[in-house]
Design a protein around this ligand. Structure first.
Ligand SMILES: [Zn+2]
Length: 394
């Protein structure tokens, strides 16, 4: 039985863009969707009220690796699962932890069984296997879980990419075997643990297409993963330092293989100008730390391009950050004030800046969805491509 349901409500006849509805155990999400990143079970600087009520966020991402090393899956299970622990009413997607193991952990050893790694916090040794990462995400109670994958750095040799992709496919098979066993054991429902009065529906599991920057390996990987008949498919291994046109080409490579009636999730992308490009290539879900991390670093995305708030030109600028934005920050504060808060290292700066950057990303996604539904997507794409400030990329 499918754990989530996906409905395509409109398709662009010229590009591969589609608008849909993703039904999860914690509500329905309009797609294409951008998911804010809540690494440590929090989107830094924002409360659940800011996110759910003010910004209208329906799904966010939390990191399996970070929550595994602290506070640990068993503590979260004991606190009633991640939704209750972080007081989040809407859907949660968790990644597999693979990417963080490969990018953060100093010491790691990978073999066919899984990956042994050293916690970046205290040096403790842990093991991730395809089975154990499913169990960790079940303990969190995620609505959408990811299989353990190997995310190779860029560039790697074709031979390494081939071996690594084979391993990712094998691991996905093991993860699904384990997941389906757990589904049978619980008849589709999580057993209530301490502090969990109500049974909740078990989340969906997505396999991840890898293959580094080799289109044929990615196509072979996607074809092999189809056998799993998953509720959705993720495209990983992007944003690892490759040139941007290559990331888009890699998404394009598997678009016609991945099932059209399942959501596709491009992991870890992208810049504001890239969001419509991924959607044009059939992507329904995206996540990225850029809007939140850049906000804290003083880089703000507006409808007129980027604002680097520390610049002297904003010192006496009484205008709102983005006159076209309706967020709390833009309706109340000036650029001069934001610059002052940033230079003073004030906490309020991070809160206001994050709020605005997320609003900007969510506004772009609303524009995209509206353009698809109103059959204007090719025109929309042309107009954003010809806007030099946004097309300026990184
Ligand atoms: Zn704003």
């Amino acid at each position: 039985m499918a754990q989530i349901q996906f409905e395509v409500v409109a398709e662009c006849p010229q590009t591969r863009a589609r608008a849909g509805l993703l039904h999860t155990p914690h509500g329905t999400i309009e797609t294409p969707v951008f998911m804010p990143v809540g690494t440590q079970a929090t989107v830094k600087g924002l409360s659940a009220r800011d996110l759910a009520d003010d910004l209208g966020v329906r799904i966010l991402l939390a990191n399996t690796y970070h929550l595994f090393v602290r506070p640990g899956p068993e503590l979260i299970r004991g606190m009633g699962g991640l939704h209750r622990f972080m007081s989040w009413p809407n859907a949660i997607l968790t990644d597999s932890g693979g990417y963080q193991v490969f990018s953060l952990s100093g010491l790691r050893k990978i073999d066919d069984r899984g990956v042994v790694f050293q916690s970046h916090l205290n040096g403790d040794l842990h093991t991730f296997t395809p089975e154990s990462t499913v169990d960790a995400q079940l303990a969190y109670g995620s609505d959408i879980m990811m299989v353990l994958d190997e995310c190779p750095e860029y560039p790697v040799s074709r031979e390494y990419a081939r071996q690594s992709t084979d391993r990712t496919v094998r691991w996905a098979g093991q993860a699904f075997g384990h997941y389906r066993q757990r589904l049978e054991q619980t008849s589709g429902f999580m057993l209530p643990g301490p502090g969990v009065p109500q049974a909740s529906l078990m989340g969906a599991l997505f396999p991840i297409v890898q293959g580094s920057m080799f289109a044929d390996l990615r196509r072979a990987c996607a074809s092999a993963l189809l056998e799993l008949e998953a509720d959705g498919y993720a495209i990983g291994g992007l944003s690892v330092g490759e040139p941007r046109p290559l990331s888009l080409a890699m998404v394009e490579a598997t678009e016609d293989i991945l099932p059209r009636n399942r959501p596709r999730y491009a992991m870890g992308v992208g810049m504001p100008a890239e969001l419509p490009e991924y959607v044009a290539r059939g992507v329904d879900m995206m996540d990225c730390v850029l809007p939140t991390r850049n906000a804290r670093n003083g880089c703000l995305f507006t409808s007129e391009g980027r604002v680097i708030i520390k610049q002297a030109r904003y010192k006496e600028d009484a205008r709102p950050l983005d006159p076209a934005c309706r967020c709390y920050t833009c309706s109340r504060y000036s650029r001069a004030y934001l610059r002052h808060l940033f230079l003073s290292g004030e906490i309020l700066y991070a809160m206001l800046a994050t709020r605005h950057n997320l609003q900007r990303y969510l506004d772009i996604m609303r524009e995209i969805r509206h353009a698809i539904i109103s059959e204007q997507y090719p025109e929309y794409l042309r107009s954003v491509r010809s806007t030099p400030v946004e097309a300026g990329g990184s």
